[in-house]
Design a protein around this ligand. Structure first.
Ligand code: SF4
Length: 363
C-alpha cells in the first residue's frame, strides 16, 4: 500500500481494501469510464490496493482522446484562416492531427488563444467585432452546460462573429457500445460523478438492466474510487446489476434539471464518431437548427475531412478496455508525451499519459 499515506483518509482506504479482500471470490473486470478517475487510479496506485482478482480497465472518458482526427483536421483548417481567432482549452493544442497540431499553427502565426471558459471566447468576439471567433467545444455532458450557455449568450447579445466547432460526446451510448462489442470483458462500471452531477443517473438504469452490469456513480478522491469498486464488486458477488450512487454528496438521481434544460435548448442528440472507436449512434450533441448559424463547420464550409490514425497506435483498444497502455509496442519508445502518436498520450486525462507520467512500466 505504497501511496496510502498520501490519501486524504488513509484509514478509510485501508478498510475498503481489506473489505474487498474479504468479499472477492472470483475474477472481476471493472471499467472506470472517466479519464480523471484513470489518473487518480494510476497516480495513487489504487489498482495496487485491490485483490489480484479485481482488474481495473480504463474507459473512453477522456474528451480530448476521443475527439476524432477529422475534427482536429477541421480545427487546424479553421485556425489557419487569417481573420479567425481560434479559442480552445489548452490540452487540445498538442493533439496530433495527421501532419501537424494546433500548436504548430499557432507557432506559424495563427491567432490561437487558450481560454478557460467558452464564455471567454464570447467576450473575445465582442471585443473583436472585425474578426471571426471560433470556440473548440470538446467534452462530455460535464462541459455541455457551459458551452450551451456560450451559444445562448451570443444569441441573446446578437454576437454574430462567434461560432463553435462542436465535438460533444455522451457517456451512456459509449457504455452500450462497449457492452455490445464481441471483445467486451467489462463486467461492471464506475460512472463518472461529474457527468452524473449534470445528467443524474436515470439513463444508466436501462443499461444495467439490459446488460446485467452493475454501474456505480463514483467520485474522484482515492477513497471514493475504492468505495465505488467495493460497491461494484459487492453487487457482482451478490449477482445484482443495479445503479448505485457512491458520490451522493454531489449527485442526485435526476441531476441538474436547469443545466439539462439549457443543454436541450441549444443542442440535440446526433451520431458522433469517437477517435479510435468509430461512429456510435446517438452518442454526441450537435447544435439545434435554431442555432445552426453558430456552427463553425457551416459558417466556414468545412466538410469531408478524412484522416488515418498512425498504424502502430492502439488507443482505440485502450479506450474500450481491451488493452492497457503497456501493451502498445510504441509506449515510451516512439510514443512519449513529447512526441505523441495518439491522443491518449497527449491529454492530461489520457490513459497512456497517466502510465507514462506515474509508472513508465509495461503494467
Ligand atoms: S502509447 Fe502512443 S501509440 Fe500506443 S496507444 Fe498510447 S497513444 Fe497510441
Amino acid at each position: 500500500m505504497r501511496f496510502v499515506d498520501e490519501y486524504r483518509d488513509p484509514d478509510a482506504a485501508r478498510l475498503y481494501a481489506q473489505a474487498l479482500e474479504r468479499i472477492t471470490t472470483k475474477n472481476w473486470t471493472i471499467m472506470e469510464v472517466c479519464g480523471g478517475q484513470t489518473h487518480s487510479i494510476v497516480k495513487f496506485g489504487i489498482d495496487e490496493l485491490l485483490p489480484p482478482a479485481v482488474t481495473l480497465v480504463h474507459g473512453p472518458g477522456c474528451p480530448v482522446c476521443v475527439t476524432p482526427l477529422e475534427l482536429i483536421e477541421k480545427a487546424i483548417e479553421i485556425a489557419s484562416i487569417p481573420e479567425v481567432i481560434f479559442c480552445s482549452f489548452g490540452d487540445m493544442l498538442r493533439v496530433p492531427g495527421s501532419s501537424k497540431d494546433l500548436l504548430t499553427v499557432k507557432a506559424s502565426g495563427g491567432n490561437i488563444r487558450i481560454v478557460y471558459s467558452p464564455l471567454d471566447a464570447v467576450k473575445i468576439a465582442i471585443e473583436n467585432p472585425d474578426r471571426q471567433v471560433v470556440f473548440f467545444a470538446v467534452g462530455f455532458e460535464t462541459t455541455a452546460p457551459a458551452n450551451a450557455m456560450a451559444v445562448f449568450q451570443a444569441h441573446q447579445k446578437n454576437v454574430q462573429n462567434f461560432s463553435m466547432l462542436v465535438s460533444h460526446v455522451l457517456v451512456p451510448p459509449a457504455i452500450e457500445a462497449i457492452l455490445s462489442s464481441r471483445d467486451n470483458r467489462v463486467q461492471g462500471f464506475l460512472a463518472a460523478g461529474h457527468v452524473c452531477a449534470v445528467m443524474g443517473w436515470l439513463e444508466y438504469e436501462p443499461i444495467a438492466l439490459e446488460y446485467k452490469v452493475p454501474i456505480v456513480v463514483t467520485g474522484f478522491e482515492p477513497v471514493d474510487i475504492l468505495q465505488g469498486v467495493y460497491m461494484c464488486v459487492r453487487q457482482l458477488e451478490e449477482g445484482r446489476a443495479e445503479v448505485e450512487n457512491q458520490y451522493s454528496r454531489t449527485v442526485r438521481k435526476e441531476g441538474n434539471i436547469a443545466a439539462q434544460k439549457l443543454i436541450r435548448e441549444i443542442f440535440h442528440v446526433v451520431p458522433r464518431k469517437w477517435r479510435g472507436i468509430g461512429e456510435i449512434p446517438r452518442s454526441g450533441l450537435g447544435l439545434q437548427e435554431k442555432y445552426k448559424s453558430y456552427d463553425a463547420e457551416v459558417r466556414f464550409g468545412i466538410a469531408g475531412h478524412s484522416a488515418e490514425e498512425p498504424p502502430e497506435c492502439i488507443s482505440g483498444l485502450i479506450l474500450q478496455g481491451i488493452k492497457k497502455p503497456g501493451e502498445c509496442p510504441a509506449f515510451g519508445t516512439v510514443c512519449t508525451p513529447e512526441h505523441p502518436l495518439g491522443a491518449t498520450m497527449v491529454s492530461s486525462e489520457g490513459a497512456c499519459a497517466a502510465y507514462y507520467h506515474y509508472r513508465r512500466t509495461k503494467h
